[in-house]
Ligand binder design. Structure first.
Ligand SMILES: Cc1cc2nc3c(=O)[nH]c(=O)nc-3n(C[C@H](O)[C@H](O)[C@H](O)COP(=O)(O)OP(=O)(O)OC[C@H]3O[C@@H](n4cnc5c(N)ncnc54)[C@H](O)[C@@H]3O)c2cc1C
Length: 448
């Protein structure tokens, strides 16, 4: 019986395993080093914040794997030998495969900062990081101040986590405004304000120079390129992640920043595939990045590859881009493409609306010549993914989107509160006189 071996029990590897099992009787083994069982990485923060126990982050009961004949091996793969189709594990044992799926995810970036390996200095990615944080920062008596380095989604999550335990946080962000490589100006500024309102000491345009040790090898302060010294006992390194592929360096598998794959998620070596955070497309798909370190694309890649492995060769086709996150208590959603000032395309134009008091805003992106709707970012408003996905496929105009915005409204309260204001602002800015309309969103999917 063909043996499929998967390295990594994250969302990508586990999705592949589940879908291979749905479609075949193949022997499946998952080897993974971090935990025995799959868990939701995105929920790690809620464990520290006391909303759930770690066990609650595991979507499947422990019996699930045996029942579905998915063998689990806890171990670290140190070497892939593709000539004889064998994996070498750290303990020295070997595992043979017929087809191999690499789904080893990411690791936090370290940029060679002096002191980056001191005690009290850590990332936030693996379960072990959570345990370390619990030990290093149980409360504000043990941790008098934490310094977070790197202003992305994980950095702000870590800040929120620490703030819930009343630990003072200084947040060093290289950019002039939070996440402004991704967010348009108005949104980025809204988040700057929101961070400061949460009593997080946000330092923009500030870089870490060095982490200073005390006599026991613990971090006791950081210095910045602004000439400051900030005392702290915990340093969170959250300056992005990169593919966790160091163990493949001598393998003969083509590597770039990640494991290079084609549209079918195949590597240069027959019968070896890569999916999830560690996979790097030879050529980016549309405006997407060649490496997509997000949860749902890992799941999609796993599901797609399972089809190929089961004899129905299928290309990875992720559809329209979307994503969601949370900046403290402000929910963020993005559908289609809304680029920041830095990345803005020459054909792109934005309509930005912000509520006068609340932390609520939207940015709609459209083609300045044809007025084709290109994407939307929402902050503090929840919108319906399926509606925007449809409008992007149908290549609707921005006027149409504004006219029927109410259909995309997830929360009926939103219409009463914001929709009129958004449309008034849009009409004023673009000289239109669009009146709001509404189809029943339930019926939208049956109309042509
Ligand atoms: C704190 C945090 C919050 C996040 N929030 C969001 C969010 O809100 N939305 C979103 O879309 N994404 C979010 N992400 C990103 C998302 O979690 C990842 O994109 C996703 O988990 C990647 O899944 P994966 O299966 O590719 O890899 P992983 O989940 O990293 O799993 C890979 C596994 O392989 C193991 N492994 C690695 N190398 C080896 C080896 N040599 N031998 C054996 N095992 C190995 C690793 O230990 C790991 O357990 C978040 C990430 C973090 C850290």
């Amino acid at each position: 019986m063909e043996h499929i071996v998967i390295i990594g029990n994250g969302i990508a590897g586990v999705s592949a395993a589940r879908h291979i099992r749905k479609n075949s009787d193949k022997k499946i083994t998952i080897v993974s080093t971090e935990t025995e069982y799959f868990f939701s990485r995105t929920a790690l923060m809620y464990v520290y914040m006391g909303h759930m126990k770690f066990e609650h982050t595991q979507p499947y009961e422990n019996w699930f794997w045996k029942k579905n004949r998915i063998d689990l091996v806890k171990g670290f793969v140190t070497k892939v030998n593709h000539q004889n189709k064998k994996l070498i594990l750290k303990e020295g044992s070997e595992l043979s495969y017929d087809k191999l799926i690499i789904a080893t995810g990411s690791k936090p970036n370290k940029f060679g900062w002096p002191g980056q390996d001191l005690k009290g200095v850590q990332g936030l990615y693996h379960r072990q990081d959570l345990e370390q944080l619990e030990a290093n920062a149980p409360n504000n008596k043990v941790c008098k101040r934490a310094v977070i380095v790197g202003g992305g989604l994980i950095g702000i999550e870590l800040a929120e986590m620490l703030v819930t335990r009343n630990i003072p946080v200084t947040f060093l962000v290289r950019e002039a405004s939070f996440w402004n490589g991704v967010l348009p100006k108005g949104e980025s500024e809204l988040i700057n304000e929101h961070i400061l309102e949460h009593h997080i000491d946000l330092r923009l345009e500030t870089n870490l120079v060095e982490i200073i040790a005390d006599e026991n090898g613990w971090a006791k302060a950081v210095t910045t390129d602004k000439g400051e010294t900030i005392e702290c006992t915990v340093v969170g390194l959250t300056a992005g992640v990169s593919p966790n592929i160091d163990f493949l360096k001598e393998s003969g598998i083509e590597l770039g920043r990640g494991v290079k794959v084609n549209r079918f998620l195949e590597t240069n070596i027959p019968d070896i595939y890569a999916i999830g955070d560690c996979a790097e497309q030879h050529e980016a798909i549309g405006n997407r990045r060649p490496i997509e370190a997000v949860w749902y694309t890992g799941r999609m890649m796993g599901e797609t590859l399972a089809q190929t492995i089961c004899g129905n060769r299928r290309a990875y086709n992720p559809g329209h881009w979307f994503n969601s996150a949370k900046f403290l208590d402000v929910e963020y959603q993005t559908y289609g493409w809304v680029f920041s000032e830095r990345g803005m395309k020459e054909y792109e134009q934005h309509f930005h609306w912000r509520h006068s008091k609340e932390k609520v805003c939207i940015t709609v992106s459209f083609d300045k010549d044809s007025k084709k709707f290109l994407g939307i970012n929402t902050f503090g408003i929840r919108m319906r993914h399926a509606i925007f996905d449809r409008w992007l496929t149908e290549e609707r105009s921005v006027d149409y989107v504004m006219e029927f915005l109410k259909d995309a409204n997830f929360d009926p309260e939103f219409y009463k509160v914001y929709e009129g204001e958004i449309l008034t602002a849009y009409n004023a800015e673009f000289g239109t006189s669009i009146a709001p309309k509404k189809k029943s969103w339930k019926r939208i999917f049956s109309t042509t």
